[in-house]
Design a binder for this molecule. Sequence first.
Ligand code: AMP
Length: 249
Amino acid sequence: MKVLVTVKRVIDPYVKVRVKSDGSGVETANIKMTMNPFCEIAVEQAVRMKEAGVVTEIVVVSVGAQQSQETLRTAMAMGADRGILVDAGVDVEPLAVAKLLKAIIAKENPQLVITGKQAIDDDSNQTGQMISALMGWPQATFISTITVNGDTADVTREIDGGLEKLTIKLPAVVTSDLRLNEPRYVTLPNIMKAKKKPMEVIKPDALGVDVTPRLKVLKVQEPPSRSAGVKVADVKELVAKLKNEARVI
Ligand code: AMP
C-alpha cells in the first residue's frame, strides 16, 4: 500500500514569533524553521506502518518555496522513500494547497493520505478536510490510532466528548493528532542516506492550479501584554477579590 504524507515548513515552535514592523505578517527572515510538528507525527505513522509491513512506499509532499526541500529531506531521513516539492515560491492558502495536493494525489494514486491536523503557523485546520472533499474520499480527522485491514482502516478520533472509533473505506484522508505517536529523532546516517533519495520539483502551473491568494491580510499585531499578577495573603482575600474586583463569583 502506498501512503502519501503532506509536510509543511513552519517557524520552529520554540522560537519567539515577532510581528513585522509594518504589520503585514510575522518575521520569517533568519528565523529557525522546522517541519510542522503534526506533520512529523504523520510521517512517523507512515514509517511505523512501513516497518510493520502494511505500507510499501511513502511519498512526502510539500507546497512552498525551495527551502521546503530541507523539510522533505528530514521526512526522508525519518524513513519516507521519496519527496515531491510543489515549488510555489510563496506561502499558499489552504484551498490552493489542497488543490495542488489533489493534483499530486491523482497522479500518485495512494491508498492513504496522512496530513497533520493543523499547521502551527496559521492554525487553519482545513487542508486535510479540503483534500478529502476535493477527492471525494472519506476522512477521519484528529486520529490517535489507525489500523489498516485490507481495504478499510479502523481509527480512533480525539473529539471533545472523548474518543470516537470509526471504520473508513480506503482510499481515505486522515489527519494526525498529538497522541498518535512520538516521532523519532533523525540520525546522522539516515540524514546522509536521505540525500540520495529521489526528489521531484514541480511548479503549480504544471498542475494547472491557480495559487493567487483570495484572502487579504489587513493587519497582524502582537496580543496585548498581560498585566502582572498579585499575591494574596489567604483564601478570604482571594474570594473577596474574585467577588468585588474580578466579579466572577
Ligand atoms: P492547515 O490546514 O494549514 O492547518 O494544515 C494542516 C495540514 O495540512 C498540515 O499539517 C500539513 O500536513 C498539510 N499542509 C498545509 N499546508 C501545507 C503545505 N504548504 N505543504 C504541504 N502540506 C501542507
